[in-house]
Design a binder for this molecule. Structure first.
Ligand code: SF4
Length: 401
């Protein structure tokens, strides 16, 4: 078949549904990717050539791929630094709590020994702590036996991984409940472990307060322990501050300061967002979180335009719809970045959704009926097109003298 005829021939078989989208003989909506939308809106011939395996050529294309990879690497490093910061802060706060406990114990022992606190009272507090430890122990045993997770519909692994997957990995033995019985009975997980540890800590304090004979030696030992623990906690704080400095450096290097908290970056093998109703699918370069909203980010390389290109805008609209359909929560806008300096915010509303849907339907229709052709009359656009060498529809650009 002639190359030009091939580029205009139908690609798929399908029929139009009552809602205007097109489906195949099995009733599945014809698939359209976000990057296809970008190419189609740029020029239907460019879209069709890509499908036929006629790739974009030129230095700009190679440079774009290289910049994308560099940016992805930078974002991955930033996310790693963020995770290191969170992990170290969490550990520091735990260790600092231990320091406070030891300091409180030291003070209690000192005042008992000094006579400021009546030793009878100290012994009473000790007994009370032992009693409390006993209650915690019973609670831990009850929670261990009963299938309360099933009753409450609580998934321990999911609830912890949402907070921070890295922390979850570090605490894997505690986050994955150990199931000894069936259907949730006899399950030992993080809550039981925490309550059990608290019971042990309380009982130790109680016993020490009640029975410690040489309180001045105990005071000294506790003081030394508190100092050692303070030193250990300081190393974690130092690590957290270093990680935070790395996050800031990556923010400046990649122009990421205003993008919110980046939750995901596409490295080529990442998750595919999909909407079965429209057939739309795609992988945004990044997804960031601002407040409660997940915001798609698309990075474009090359010359920075005064306003976003229409084709790039439609690509972001596609990701906005995908996030809305998957999360059931419409993001208010998406980010279109040109290099590291320029960021445009693309609004998401009903009108833009209709515009997007009409392009998806058009692509599905042209896939079934064929007939892709140049939709503009601008030689300058063809001149800067990365597929011009192979395009039968290209316009010749004659520079003005
Ligand atoms: S060369 Fe011109 S007609 Fe061909 S794909 Fe590029 S922009 Fe479209």
């Amino acid at each position: 078949m002639e190359p030009t005829t091939r580029l205009r021939s139908p690609l798929k078989q399908g029929t139009e549904r009552s809602d205007g989208f097109w489906e195949d003989s099995e009733g599945k909506t014809l698939k359209v990717s976000a990057s296809e939308i970008e190419r189609y809106v740029y020029c239907p011939m460019s879209w069709r050539m890509e499908i036929e395996g006629i790739s974009a050529k030129g230095k700009e294309v190679e440079l774009g791929i290289e910049r994308h990879q560099r940016m992805h690497q930078m974002i991955v490093e930033k996310i790693e630094a963020q995770n290191a910061f969170t992990r170290n802060i969490v550990i520091w706060s735990w260790w600092f709590a231990v320091v406070l406990t030891l300091a409180a114990d030291t003070a209690a022992f000192y005042f008992v020994q000094d006579g400021l606190i009546d030793s009878e009272l100290a012994s009473m507090i000790g007994k009370f702590l032992v009693l409390l430890a006993l209650v915690w122990l019973i609670l831990a045993i009850v929670l261990l036996i009963l299938p309360w997770r099933r009753w409450l519909g609580w998934n321990e692994i999911l609830s912890s991984s949402e907070e921070d997957p890295d922390i979850e990995n570090d605490l894997q033995p505690l986050n994955t409940p150990l199931e000894l019985g069936e259907k949730g009975w006899l399950t030992f997980g993080r809550p039981e472990a925490l309550i059990l540890f608290s019971a042990i800590a309380l009982s130790l304090h109680g016993v020490a307060l009640t029975f410690a004979q040489n309180r001045s030696l105990a005071t000294f030992a506790l003081l030394v322990l508190a100092l050692i623990w303070t030193l250990l906690a300081t190393t974690r704080l130092q690590a957290a501050l270093t990680a935070n400095k790395r996050v800031k450096e990556k923010d400046i290097e990649g122009g990421l300061e205003d993008l919110g908290e980046i939750k995901y970056s596409d490295g080529g093998d990442s998750i595919l967002l999909e909407d079965k109703k429209t057939g739309l699918r795609g992988r945004p370069d990044q997804i960031t979180r601002i407040g409660e909203d997940l915001i798609p980010v698309e990075l474009k390389t090359g010359k920075i335009p005064k306003k976003p290109h229409k084709s790039h805008r439609f690509q972001i609209l596609a990701y906005l719809h995908l996030i809305e359909s998957m999360t059931k929560s419409p993001p208010p806008f998406g980010f279109l970045r040109y290099g590291t300096e320029s960021v445009f915010s693309i609004e998401w509303n009903q009108k833009e959704k209709e515009n997007l849907f009409s392009v998806i339907k058009e692509i599905q229709q042209i896939s079934v009926e064929g007939g892709a052709k140049r939709d503009h009359n601008r030689p300058g656009k063809c001149e800067s097109c990365s597929r011009r060498q192979d395009c039968p529809d290209r316009l010749e650009f004659i520079p003005t003298q």
